[in-house]
Design a binder for this molecule. Structure first.
Ligand SMILES: Cc1cc2nc3c(=O)[nH]c(=O)nc-3n(C[C@H](O)[C@H](O)[C@H](O)COP(=O)(O)OP(=O)(O)OC[C@H]3O[C@@H](n4cnc5c(N)ncnc54)[C@H](O)[C@@H]3O)c2cc1C
Length: 288
């Protein structure tokens, strides 16, 4: 069996193509225009899209699923990425792939990708953004996979809103690219090259040290799933209001996203059988 075949996530009942899951998303093709390396850890793909509704691509922090491998006779293998920037005039998107050492579907796609390639994607899906209730400072914690999301969020920062951002990465230049809107303080948690991503707990440690009075903050965090679980458990236990905790696991150290997708599909299927809908699904509560 080839590596690609083990990655495919079967959906025999087709529930992922049903309206409850698709909502306003489209399956469209993107044409790769360029692949750049703006900093050592990042491959930036600029691609042209022809969306039915360009306005759907305007909000900050949109996620897309890119079909990175298509094993014959099986569902394509997809990976979730963030639209770092949408240029409505050129109808282009920028997607930053964090380069990691694994021989994974997204990394194989990236190695082979060339200008002129056409790739299917599904999206966009609005991902979460900080709660900008002006009385509270937004506290934003992100590892390198969420730098594109933070970039989009900072580019769309409302006037008068206050916030603090902590970024963990081993790539100072990726941090330096972030916009610096007024009212926002940015902090770099620079990981040593010998420390694997998702292994340091530095974001969670920074959050514990900085948010001594959680009632004063709204929390936005994205990164490795286990570390994100620590965020949720800790700040819920401290009594932070549920609506002030916007925390999402973007990847799981040592686990392929195909495995996470299989568990997502199993749980979503079970939920649908009870008559519940997508809005009742909690990614945070997945048993992984
Ligand atoms: C809403 C959302 C938005 C996201 N946006 C982005 C984005 O803009 N840019 C981005 O790079 N990622 C983003 N991610 C994370 C990305 O989907 C995962 O990193 C994904 O696992 C990459 O797929 P892969 O095929 O390379 O690795 P997989 O096949 O999923 O995993 C193979 C192995 O690689 C490891 N691995 C996966 N990603 C990393 C990493 N970054 N560093 C070190 N080890 C890793 C896994 O733990 C596993 O051991 C996002 C995820 C979500 C849910």
């Amino acid at each position: 069996m080839s590596a690609a075949r083990t990655e495919s996530v079967g959906d025999p009942a087709g529930i992922l193509t049903e309206q409850d899951h698709m909502r306003d998303m489209d399956r469209i093709r993107m044409e790769v225009l360029a692949i750049a390396t703006p900093s050592p850890s990042v491959a930036r793909v600029t691609a042209r899209i022809a969306p039915a509704d360009p306005s759907a691509w305007m909000p900050a922090n949109l996620a897309i699923r890119i079909e990175v491998e298509t094993p014959p006779g099986e569902r394509p293998v997809s990976r979730i990425y963030t639209v770092r920037r949408f240029d409505p005039a050129a109808s282009t998107i920028e997607v930053d792939f964090v380069i990691h050492e694994d021989d994974s579907p997204a990394m194989r796609w990236l190695r082979a990708a060339r200008a002129g390639d056409h790739v299917w994607l599904t999206g966009p899906r609005q991902h979460f953004v900080p709660d900008h209730e002006l009385a509270k400072r937004a506290a934003i914690f992100a590892d390198e996979t969420a730098i594109p999301a933070v970039y989009a969020i900072l580019n769309d920062w409302p006037e008068g809103a206050q916030g603090d951002v902590w970024i963990e990465t081993d790539d100072r230049a990726a941090f330096d690219e972030l916009p610096r809107p007024q009212g926002v303080a940015l902090n770099l948690l620079l990981r040593r090259p010998d420390q694997p991503a998702g292994s340091t707990g530095a974001l969670f440690a920074a959050a514990q040290a900085a948010l001594t009075d959680p009632a004063r903050h709204s929390l936005w965090a994205a990164g490795e799933r286990q570390e994100m679980r620590h965020f949720r458990d800790h700040f819920r236990a401290l009594g932070m209001a549920r609506q002030d905790i916007r925390v999402f696991g973007y990847w799981r150290r040592g686990t392929s996203s195909s495995e996470i997708d299989r568990i997502r599909l199993r749980e979503y299927s079970a939920l649908r059988q009870t008559g519940a809908r997508l809005e009742d699904f909690s990614d945070a509560d997945l048993p992984i």
